[in-house]
Write a protein that binds this ligand. Structure first.
Ligand code: HEC
Ligand code: HEC
Length: 242
């Protein structure tokens, strides 16, 4: 390539680039005014839709809400999608109903209750709470993953005999054989062990679950290892085998 051709090429390139810049800046103006117009239109459509959704929510049945809203974390049938969220499948109806009211009235107030359940459970009406409790109670119960270890055997002992050294009562007295629960006493069998461990610590160290008076007293009789052991034992139960 000779010198002239190189110079011509550079000029052509510069001309093309400045042309492109002008084109781009013009388009930017066009794009942004188009965007603003579109956003104004969209936001008025959104405002209408939001009003429509709001009125539809208050008309939705519990089972529809379970599938459309709650399933995102608790799974379609109450078998939760990760151990960040408790299973609800086969949970006691009365217990579920009480907890939904506790969230709605902001009485159950641990960090996760506030971050998740005050938002997703906050607008439910009485009928929807009843229907949701009925929906989850009727599902095939949550199932744990069977496993065995000295820690799990220690947990089983605490569940059935309590901790005679510290005076902790046996859990089976209230939570029933097989940890299936009864009325306002929750099913624990097959629940995520980490969730059970966290809740026991909430009862032990805070006032964030004021409905659990008995739990607040008896968790003080349990050491951290006791709590871990009994949580792991309960998480390993497969209630269909009880
Ligand atoms: C974005 C995730 C998310 C969604 C959506 C959600 N939840 Fe929850 N839910 C949670 C978490 C996290 C907890 C545990 C809160 C805690 O640790 O106190 C919880 C706890 C619960 C509990 C208490 C369980 C127990 O054993 O005490 C019930 C009942 C419940 N949710 C019902 C619902 C219902 C009904 C809906 C739909 C209206 C719903 N949740 C939607 C995350 C969610
Ligand atoms: C005197 C009866 C009683 C005894 C004994 C008892 N519990 Fe409970 N437990 C309850 C009640 C009632 C609740 C529901 C509390 C609430 O509504 O907040 C509960 C709740 C729980 C929860 C929360 C479950 C959830 O889904 O959030 C766990 C975990 C638990 N108990 C574990 C145990 C363990 C482990 C023992 C034995 C060391 C035990 N409980 C002994 C009555 C009892």
């Amino acid at each position: 390539m000779n010198k002239v051709t190189v110079a011509t090429c550079i000029q052509a390139k510069q001309a093309w680039e400045s042309g492109l810049k002008i084109l781009l800046s013009k388009n930017k103006i066009r794009i942004s005014s188009f965007l603003i117009l579109a956003l104004v239109q969209i936001s008025s459509v959104y405002a209408d839709t939001a009003k429509k959704i709001e009125s539809e929510i208050s008309e939705r049945s519990g089972s529809l809400i379970a599938l459309q809203v709650c399933s995102g974390c608790h799974g379609k049938t109450g078998q939760s999608i990760s151990n960040q969220y408790p299973h609800l499948a086969g949970q006691q109806k009365v217990y579920l109903r009480i907890q939904l009211a506790q969230f709605k009235e902001h009485l159950r107030k641990s960090a996760n209750s506030m971050a998740f359940m005050w938002i997703f459970g906050g607008d439910l009406n009485t009928q929807q709470m009843n229907e949701l409790a009925e929906y989850y109670a009727a599902q095939a119960p949550m199932k744990g993953e069977k496993s065995d270890s000295p820690l799990i055997r220690r947990g089983e002992k605490i569940y059935t005999e309590g901790n005679p050294n510290s005076g902790a009562p046996p859990c089976v007295l209230c939570h029933q054989k097989g940890a299936v629960g009864n009325a306002e006493i929750p099913r624990l069998a097959g629940q995520h062990a980490n969730y059970l461990y966290d809740q026991m610590n909430i009862f032990k160290h805070t006032q964030n679950r004021p409905n659990g008076q008995a739990m607040m007293v008896l968790t003080h009789e349990l050491s951290d290892t006791d709590i871990r052991a009994v949580s792991n034992y309960l998480g390993s139960l497969n209630s269909e085998e009880q």
